[in-house]
Write a protein that binds this ligand. Sequence first.
Ligand SMILES: Nc1ncnc2c1ncn2[C@@H]1O[C@H](COP(=O)(O)OP(=O)(O)OP(=O)(O)O)[C@@H](O)[C@H]1O
Ligand SMILES: [Mg+2]
Length: 306
Amino acid sequence: MSMPTAAITFTGVNKSYGGKLAVNGLSFHVEPGECFGLLGPNGAGKSTTARMVLGMALPDAGTITVLGEPVPGRARRARARIGVVPQFDNLEPGFTVRENLEIFGTYFGMSAGEISVVIPSLLEFARLESKADARVIELSGGMKRRLTLARALINDPQLLVMDEPATGLDPHARHLIWERLRLLLARGKTILLTTHFMEEAERLCNRLCVIDEGRSIAEGTPNALIEEQIGSQVIEIYGGNSHELRPLLEPYTQRTEVSGEALFCYAADPEQVRLQLRAHAGLRILQRPANLEDVFLRLTGREMKD
Ligand SMILES: Nc1ncnc2c1ncn2[C@@H]1O[C@H](COP(=O)(O)OP(=O)(O)OP(=O)(O)O)[C@@H](O)[C@H]1O
Ligand SMILES: [Mg+2]
């Protein structure tokens, strides 16, 4: 019996630009039908990784397979079954929504007849029915992103490579994109998603890999990463003297962290922490479940990267 083929495998992949490693010994695999997230700060190597999946950037070392094809060697064959949402929209600005879809269909060798059959369902999927004859320059940012998503689906791809599909959108537009991505997963598509939205990763990804400076620093399901790295509850304390409170609370926490004027406590039993704070008036205390953002900040540090 043969193993089901992974949708994507990366094994020890390196890529440098001008002597600097953008991707450094990266290994991961994406199973068919899952949403796999690449999570990392600006400059982490997310787009470079996505571009290597597509054969658009060439690795210096390591091996890559995509839909069973060695890449970059047979990237063209793989690309026929992939839909791409690039980080920055590259739509034809002077053309209409419909024309953009038509032009893209011809890249995949589709006939005018084949294209006209699929366009109505793509417009519906992207909720752009009423904009079919509007030019791209007349669209909002959210509409452009949805058009890019619709365009990526024209060849009915098995695998979608999406580089920050929801960045720069307002919450409504973002949630609409997420809802559409969930629909694609329900239809059995495989998605490789890059993001620095923790909420996006937490909601959509079955598994994810946190990358920083081109290296994988953690991998797993969102819940496993949260449990492993942080624990269960976070208590944020504002308005106190962190240096005074910290030693008092430390025995009741797994870890504490000072961030600006706030003290963060990570604890399995938050009641114990709160009990210690009862004698201190004037504090603002926020207790919440740990989330992926805590993981991200812990792993990649709280300072800006570039
Ligand atoms: N074509 C290129 N030429 C030179 N350097 C590049 C090129 N593409 C990427 N880099 C460098 O490689 C590193 C990783 O860049 P990459 O675009 O992959 O990061 P990213 O994780 O997608 O970041 P962002 O979140 O800002 O999109 C950065 O230091 C970047 O400057
Ligand atoms: Mg990028």
